[in-house]
Write a protein that binds this ligand. Sequence first.
Ligand code: HEC
Length: 106
Amino acid sequence: MRKPAVLLALTLMGFASLVYADETEKGKEIFTQVAQPSCIICHTLADAGSAGAIGPDLDDLKPSREQVINAVTSGVGVMPAFNESLSTEQINAVAHYVSTVTGGGK
Ligand code: HEC
């Protein structure tokens, strides 16, 4: 009797982890290619293979998702705002990516 519910739960979990991985991949692409000027010019992030030194080293900073969203949306200091060149969805994806690979927000 319970089998269908268990199977349904497992299917949903599998789907959720696929979506999660997909969001991280998309965020990485935005970090390394889509955002202009690219985040890699200014930031060091081991997962992205970047060694920019104009902005803070993100591996050390370990920013939370909200911190990345704020910085990318509005800009900070010499860092430009990306709210006109990236969609809210893209900003969320890059924030998810940076906070996930650095273990930020913990
Ligand atoms: C032109 C260089 C430049 C680019 C391009 C750039 N940044 Fe930055 N970023 C900076 C600088 C400089 C700071 C520090 C600003 C300050 O604190 O005055 C910063 C700060 C940050 C912070 C920390 C904010 C905080 O709360 O302290 C995050 C997170 C960040 N950037 C992420 C990104 C992401 C993601 C991208 C790409 C979408 C990006 N940056 C593109 C230069 C840049």
